[in-house]
Every structure is written in C-alpha cells, then in structure tokens.
Design a protein around this ligand. Structure first.
Ligand code: NAP
Length: 388
C-alpha cells in the first residue's frame, strides 16, 4: 500500500470514529484500524464512507499506509489495553515516529510511557480530549503533553480540529511527560465539582423550596444568561423542561445514583499527594459514592423524612442567594484546581502555564463557561498570580 495517510487512528468506538471524521473534515487523510475488524467495516460503510478515510485490517498495513514520521493516535480503553497496543506497534515503527494516546489514561502511566518510548526513539504524546462525542466530531478541547520534540509535527492537525474560543484554538502544548493527562484529570475532577454544586442548588430549590422541575427551568435558564453562563447550567435548564411521555418531569423518574469513572478520584488522590486541597472535588466524589448506596438510602428515607418544603423565606431571595453561592463555590473549586496545578508543576518539573490551561477549557469541553474566560484573563493580566 502506498504511504499516503497523514495520520493513523486506532480505536473506532464513539470517540475514535468522531475524531477521525473531524480530522478528515480538515483535509487530512486518516488510516483507521480497530481490534475487531467488523467495527472498521461498519464505520467505512456508514459515516466514514465519503470521507478521506481508509480502513486497514492489520497493524502492519496501518503502519505501511502512513507518511513519515508516522503519527498513530490511540483512542482505546485506558489502562492495560494501551500498553498492549503500544507493545504491538513499536516493533513496526521507526525512530522519530509518534504515538499519541488520546484516551483517559492516568498521568503516571503517560509519564512512564513517554520515558520508555524515548529510549527506543519513539515520541509519545498523552493528550487529554474533552467534549465527548460532539466535541470529538466538531471541536474538542485538547490538552497535549509528553515528548516536546513531537509537538511541532502534529500541532497543525490538532489545532485545526479543536474548538475555538475568542478566536483561539482550544489546543495548546501543556507540558512534558504526563502533563496533558494531568490537565485532563483535573478537568474531570472540576467537572464533578461543577455538577455537584448544581445538584445541591437543585436539591435546595426542589426539596427546600418545593419547586418542581418546570418551575426550576426558568431559574436555570436565567442563571445561564449571567455569570454562571456555562454548558452544564444550559443543559440543566433543558433537563428541567424535559417531560416523559405521560407529561410528568423526566428528572423525577431518573434513579439518583451516579457511578464514578475514575478521574475524579484520581484528582483527589493527586491532591493528597501534593498536599493541595481540592475539597470541593473530594466532596463531589463522596457524594457520588453515597448516591450509589441506593438500598441504604431507600431504607433511611423511610425513617428520616427530611426537611421537605422547610424553607419559608422569600423564594426570590433564596434563589438569588443560591446563584451567589454557586458562583462562590465555582471560585473555590477552580482556585483549588489551579493550586493543584501549581504544586504538580513544581513536583514534576512541568513548568505549567495555568493561564494556558484555563484557556483550553473555554470551549469544546463539558466545563466550558464564561467564567473560564475570566480566569484566562486573570492569569494573562497577572502571570505571577499565586492564587485565583
Ligand atoms: P471505550 O469504550 O473506552 O473503548 C473501546 C475501544 O477500545 C474499542 O475500539 C475497542 O476495540 C478498544 N479496545 C479495548 N480493549 C482493547 C485492547 N486490549 N486492544 C486494542 N483495542 C482495545 O471507547 P470510547 O468511549 O470511544 O473512549 C476511548 C478513550 O477516550 C477512552 O480512554 C475514554 O476514557 C476516553 N474518553 C472518552 C470520552 C467519552 O465521552 N466516551 C470522552 C473523553 C475521553 P474493540 O472494538 O475491538 O472492542
């Protein structure tokens, strides 16, 4: 097979498929491979049919299809599969080729893989990718880190596919080793915190003030026009307005149990390691754990009825206080997250630029918000800012 593809991509589940389509939309030819060949065939027969995307059934053919230095992006399940995939790829690659791991890998694994691959002449980039399916397809927030030498070779590709905020691509080099995946980890921890404080505000208005979802919709919608303007507040308003087929609010029928995905817990563990308190993220992780104890909570709710409708203050005043409280909570949470970056930067020698990290989250990702533009501006106007 002639060497003509600009980039190889391994892993055609939801993230890999959408990233391949996004890259192809920007004028690059992508060679794709998936462990189960049926997934490749299905993708190329469907969404990928009209794009400059070539499917290959083996790793050997993937490597042969790529221009040099070869760039291979892994979008596969994090953990052991990434090591196994790297082990299978390395004998087929040559010096100066580049492997990019776009999954949710632990930063310590990325740190190790960057060092191990450098010994055999392969560049490794651990790139945090945020924004889920839609972000991957139309513009994610990208947090690359690892082999600094490799970045100039791939910068144009990833800058072109990223989300745009205030005219700038939400893709910039974060730092050496595991810095990119560290940024993604803290991003996910902060995301847990944002969701938790929104849930607590909802709970106070729902159980405390006795407001049902349709009554809460305009409150969240109004909050979304002010300083809380963000993707998560926007979709909360939409959720409040969503009715089931019987006309009842859908939210009231959703089991209030959330499972952890790992990165929130990693953030808390990392913050303990750095003695940099991320108390709000920790509370959010604990709240998820408590939420999953469904049987115990169900039993307890039969004994303790709770303070339903117990707040008899002026509703408008309570809602205004909650808006302020939510904003204050976000300030605490983001200040804590950025304190963690400062501590980790020193510990690992990453020389992290906190203003750049804030700028990457302004668009494309789940925590995108007006507030992040303010944080970016704060760091840019005062680069020596020791604490938000
Ligand atoms: P996923 O469900 O995490 O992983 C499925 C993909 O991994 C499939 O292509 C699967 O191949 C492949 N895979 C699993 N074990 C493998 C192994 N041992 N060797 C080779 N390939 C293996 O897929 P995803 O949701 O698209 O996520 C991909 C990565 O992005 C993950 O690290 C995820 O944490 C991260 N991420 C996901 C999101 C999201 O919203 N989903 C957002 C940001 C980041 P088969 O088809 O052969 O099983």
């Amino acid at each position: 097979m002639p060497q003509h593809a600009d980039l190889g991509l391994i892993g055609l589940a939801v993230m890999g498929r959408n990233l391949a389509l996004n890259i192809a939309d920007h004028g690059y030819t992508v060679a794709v491979y998936n462990r189960s060949v049926e997934r490749t065939d299905e993708f190329l027969a469907g969404e990928g049919a009209d794009a400059p995307i070539v499917g290959v059934p083996t790793l050997e053919e993937l490597v042969q299809a790529l221009v040099q230095p070869r760039v291979v992006v892994l979008m596969i399940k994090a953990g052991e599969p990434v090591d196994a995939q790297i082990d299978a790829l390395v004998p087929l690659l040559e010096s100066d080729d580049i492997i990019i791991d776009g999954g949710n890998s632990q930063f310590a694994d990325t740190e190790r893989r960057t060092a191990e691959l450098a010994e055999v002449g392969i560049h490794f980039i651990g790139m945090g990718v945020s924004g889920g399916e839609e972000g991957a397809r139309y513009g994610p927030s990208l947090m690359p880190g690892g082999s600094t030498e490799a970045w100039p070779h791939v910068k144009d590709i990833f800058t072109s596919i990223a989300a745009i905020a205030e005219g700038e691509a939400c893709c910039e080099w974060v730092g050496a080793g595991g810095a990119g995946h560290y940024a993604k980890m803290v991003h996910n921890g902060i995301e847990y915190g944002d969701m938790q404080v929104i849930a607590e505000a909802y709970d106070i208005m729902s159980r405390g003030l006795g407001l049902d979802p349709p009554a809460l919709q305009p409150i969240f919608a109004r909050w979304n026009t002010g300083r809380l303007d963000s993707f998560l507040i926007e979709i909360t308003a939409d959720i409040m307005a969503t009715l089931d087929t019987d006309g009842a609010p859908l939210l009231d029928k959703v089991l209030d149990a959330a499972g952890p995905k790992g990165t929130g817990k990693w953030t808390v563990v990392a913050s303990m390691d750095q003695a940099a308190p991320t108390t709000l993220v920790a509370e959010a992780v604990y709240a998820r754990i408590v939420s999953s104890l469904v049987n115990q909570r169900t039993t307890a709710s039969g004994i303790l009825t709770g303070p339903h409708g117990a707040i008899d203050d002026d509703i408008g005043a309570v809602v205004a206080d909650l808006e302020d409280a939510l904003y204050a909570s976000k300030i605490v949470s983001y200040a804590q997250g950025f304190m963690l970056f400062e501590a980790a930067s020193e510990e690992f020698g990453w020389d992290l630029d906190t203003g750049t990290i804030a700028s990457l989250w302004r668009a494309g990702c789940i925590i995108r918000s007006r507030f992040l533009a303010d944080i970016t501006a704060a760091y840019r106007s005062n680069p020596g800012l020791s604490n938000l």
